[in-house]
Design a protein around this ligand. Structure first.
Ligand code: OXD
Ligand code: MN
Length: 592
């Protein structure tokens, strides 16, 4: 425990509000975690899986109304509305404390309040930041023990300092009409109520490591980004690191754990995963940008994860993992999800807890799914066969390239390089994804998602762009910035690029560019590869098809411009003038 009066006073205050029957401090020991697992199994909160096939693995089902992050119920509570900006929902702090205070009041009567001291980042590292989460959910405790570094040692490191993020979570009634995920960046505080779903309640993740951290990063001169971090190892043993931002459902975890195609593996190329979701970046003493993954585990989407798409992620889930909302195979007490294999279990309980009839399963109809489409695994990073040896490094890894990406059927080529940091910031600011025929709803609807941070920036998006520009001026040796699009389609709507492991071919071009090893073609949008510089050996893809993948369709881009202008206008008057200059320059180049 601790004598830290800031911690103790705050816990007293929160306990007086929520009125738990008892308070339990999470010490990080295996004995305590095991006792909590047993308690959760006894109460039905967790199902223990087959200990031979899935040692120390558990299944949890959330309420059916509580299966995803809730952007419309997520608020940034700054004193001034304009500091939260137009893209975020805003509530005045006093109003929000009052409103949520009513929901928290007495919410833990008859329950236990768990105190979880945790660090985002290796605690000994300069990057690290401490948080304490108070929660009435054992599921949250056990997930936080996987996703963060948690326990008594964090309190010891905190000592008497008031410098920690205060997180309060109560399940309350899981009432979706009163569900709130609220951030008070000026008070280092997060309040989350009426949810039990990971993204809303594991407060170290999106709430702290992105929303609060992005605010702190701006104040303190560093960056918190929705980025994976990977290392490409060359046959000579040298490793170059890349960070990449993609909107949800664009294969971030798959890219982070990529297995190179055989022709590259044979030559000795490897890919190492440092992180699959969040990067904290700081300028190093050597003038480069260095990154750490502040998390300690993966909270990955299960459906679609299989031996082909991501064997590394699958391997990571084979022990010490908590599954959420996947299906339970009752023949052998294991888990299943759509896309794991083509053998749906004959005897199965679906994610809602009902008996599931595999004969009624229709791949095209999501309502017949056994696992929820957003079902998850929470797995320790150390379980991943390709986890980087730098995963626990206190200094992080030096980033050579930043990659932005989206899901665009026509507009964006397979890959292009920005002209410089300012232009690269512009490229990130106009990131977008389109809905495809595979998803329900209208096809081709563009959602702008700057740097994949639209749901995660803890302040005004215009100020966030300005922070990117300001960082660029301060980094003596900045990474080069690229954009990729794995999702270009042909006239029949089929994906042209094979993706997955073959994305290695694009990563290698990117790193060749960083090293100045290859020239490129200057186009209106940036530098595009010369045809011979992307290795397509062993691929069933002609040079002509590659040319199509790399083609810049000026008309499609001109149509995009109007949409970008509308989006900038929506963000409002804090969009930096430099980005409007980049937009004008792009328009002029397209008209040439
Ligand atoms: C996530 C997300 O859960 O981005 O990582 O939605
Ligand atoms: Mn994410």
């Amino acid at each position: 425990m601790t004598n830290n009066r800031y911690v103790l006073n705050w816990i007293d205050e929160m306990a007086a509000l929520t009125k738990p029957d008892k308070i339990v401090w999470i010490d990080g020991s295996e004995e305590q975690a095991e006792a909590l697992r047993a308690e959760a199994v006894a109460s039905g909160e967790l199902v223990k899986l087959n200990p031979e096939l899935y040692p120390n693995c558990y299944l949890h089902r959330t309420a059916v109304n509580d299966v995803a992050r809730v952007e419309d119920r997520t608020f940034i509570c700054t004193t001034k509305k304009e500091d939260a900006g137009n893209i975020n929902n805003w509530m005045a702090p006093a109003e929000c404390y009052e409103k949520l205070g009513k929901l928290f009041r007495g919410s833990m009567v008859g329950r236990t309040m768990y105190v979880i001291p945790y660090s985002m980042g290796v605690p000994e590292s300069e990057f690290a930041k401490i948080g304490i989460e108070l929660t009435d959910s054992i599921y949250v405790v056990l997930n936080m023990l996987i996703m963060t570094r948690a326990g008594q040692h964090i309190l010891d490191i905190l000592g008497d300092s008031p410098d920690f993020i205060k997180g309060l979570h109560a399940r309350a009634d899981i009432d979706e009409k009163n569900r709130y995920i609220c951030h008070f960046p000026e008070d280092n505080t997060i309040w989350s109520v009426n949810s039990g779903y990971g993204g809303n309640v594991l407060l170290g993740k999106k709430c702290f490591a992105l929303r609060i951290a992005s605010y702190l990063g701006r104040k303190e001169g560093w960056m918190a980004e929705h980025m994976l971090i990977l290392g490409v190892e060359f046959p000579n043993g040298e490793i170059k690191y890349v960070s990449a931002a993609f909107p949800s459902a664009c294969g971030k975890t798959n890219l982070a754990m990529l297995i190179p195609p055989e022709i590259f593996r044979k030559k000795g190329y490897k890919v190492w995963c440092v992180g699959d979701d969040i990067a904290w970046l700081r300028i190093g003493k050597d003038g480069r940008l260095w990154a750490v993954n502040p998390e300690n585990g993966f909270f990955g989407v299960a459906p679609g994860t299989n031996e082909h798409s991501n064997p590394n992620a699958l391997a990571a889930t084979k022990k010490d993992t908590i599954f959420t909302n996947v299906a339970l195979n009752t023949d052998n007490n294991t888990v299943w999800w759509e896309g794991l294999d083509d053998n749906p279990p004959k005897h199965c309980i679906d994610w809602k807890g009902n008996v599931w009839d595999y004969t009624k399963y229709d791949k095209k109809d999501k309502t017949t799914c056994a696992a929820h489409p957003n079902s998850r695994f929470t797995a320790p990073a150390v379980n991943c066969p390709c986890v980087s040896s730098e995963f626990n490094s206190t200094t992080g890894v030096p980033i050579s390239a930043i990659v932005f990406g989206g899901r665009r059927a026509k507009t964006a080529p397979l890959v292009y390089q920005s002209f410089n940091w300012q232009h690269g910031t512009f490229v990130g600011s106009i990131m977008a994804s389109e809905t495809t025929a595979a998803a329900a709803g209208a096809v081709g609807v563009v959602r702008r998602d700057p740097m994949a941070m639209r749901p995660f920036v803890g302040y005004n998006m215009g100020d966030y762009f300005a922070h990117w520009l300001a960082m660029g001026k301060r980094i003596p040796n900045p990474p080069k910035i690229f954009h990729v699009n794995w999702f270009r389609t042909d006239s029949e709507g089929h994906f042209i690029w094979p993706g997955f492991g073959d994305n290695m071919r694009v990563l290698l071009w990117i790193l060749d560019r960083v090293e100045g090893k290859v020239d490129a073609k200057e186009t209106a949008i940036g530098y595009v590869p010369n045809l011979d510089d992307i290795n397509i050996e062993g691929l069933n893809l002609t040079k002509e098809t590659l040319a199509n993948l790399l083609d810049v369709d000026k008309e499609a881009w001109k149509q995009d411009i109007a949409n970008i202008k509308e989006f900038y206008a929506l963000i409002g008057d804090r969009v930096p003038a430099e980005l409007y200059q980049e937009l004008e320059a792009l328009e002029a180049r397209l008209d040439k």
